[in-house]
Design a protein around this ligand. Structure first.
Ligand code: PXG
Length: 288
């Protein structure tokens, strides 16, 4: 395995960064999780757009153009030779002092890791996930905008810990007003009466790349799509429910807070969307 750090490739054991990096000290940075399918990088441009959008939000200049960043990702893929895998692309504020002043960090650091993916057990897809709504609310946009993918994931980790402590596989997070936002690291969808609904991003959902792909393919199944407000009663009474994310892909949800969704089995449209999404990952992508 060869890991890219600031212009050079290192073997796994030698891939190290400074303890003065503000990514480590303050979570000051942004990142992307990207998937390789069949020797091609899935929706790389969309991931890079989101990375630069997140960087702009925290006023961080990655120091390389989008085209150069694409080159870094593709070269990392070539050197690692995985035909299916996971890319973690990270831009940190870089090395600075122990004070949090970002001005003391002259240069951003870029890290690109390509590794095999720890995929969810197959049984999760066959029987579906059981969710718990946690008390940890999604960050409010005026504090740290959940539409951006920053290195500060404690909000999500607190949610995950809470679900885990009660024996649940995944956490459902509400925003400060009590509307459904997303799962700890995945977007949420429900299907009701031929409508496919997902929380609008301004309500606390990340604009997920998988979410966008599902919204694109949904009309093929006669589903009318809406990015909107969703409440817990909407989720409980939905016919079908599923999560989307780069790692999880499309995964059925069969129970939320002790309420069965539909008949408590993965829904038929969810299953068709899963198959269609897999086809998309075979057809699309940037070769390396
Ligand atoms: N919401 C949040 C908060 C996320 O972090 C998604 C939704 C799904 O977005 P994409 O673009 O992937 O469809 C994410 C991204 C992991 C892991 O190890 C997953 C994510 C981020 C970091 C780690 O499972 N998901």
């Amino acid at each position: 395995m060869e890991i890219y750090i600031d212009g050079k490739f290192y073997p796994k054991d030698e891939a190290k960064i400074s303890v003065f990096d503000h990514g480590l000290l303050y979570g000051d940075g942004v990142f992307e999780g990207i998937r390789i399918y069949h020797q091609k990088v899935f929706r790389l441009k969309d991931h890079l757009d989101r990375l630069y959008r997140s960087a702009k939000y925290i006023n961080l200049d990655p120091g390389v153009s989008v085209e150069e960043m694409e080159g870094i990702v593709l070269e990392s893929c070539r050197r690692n030779g995985l035909s299916d895998g996971y890319i973690r692309l990270i831009v940190t504020r870089g090395v600075g002092t122990l004070g949090l002043d970002p001005k003391k960090c002259p240069k951003a650091s870029i890290i690109c890791i390509v590794d095999s993916l720890a995929i969810y057990p197959k049984e999760y897809y066959e029987r579906g996930l059981v969710l718990l709504t946690v008390s940890t609310r999604r960050n409010i946009g005026s504090a740290l905008d959940p539409q951006t993918k920053t290195m500060n994931y404690l909000n999500n980790i607190l949610a995950k810990l809470e679900a885990d402590r009660s024996g649940f596989e995944e956490a459902l997070m509400l925003n400060a007003e009590g509307y459904v936002a997303e799962a700890a690291a995945d977007n949420l969808f429900i299907i009701t009466k031929k409508k496919l609904l997902t929380p609008a991003t301004y309500l606390g959902a990340l604009p997920g790349i998988t979410r966008a792909a599902v919204l694109e393919i949904a009309p093929e199944f006669d589903l009318e799509t809406h990015e909107t407000h969703i409440t817990l009663p909407d989720v409980y009474s939905a016919e079908e429910c599923f999560l989307t994310g780069t790692a999880a892909e499309v995964i059925p949800v069969v129970e939320v807070d002790g309420r069965k969704i539909g008949d408590g089995k993965p829904g038929p449209l969810t299953q068709r969307l899963i198959e269609r999404f897999h086809r998309l990952t075979r057809e699309e992508g940037v070769s390396f």
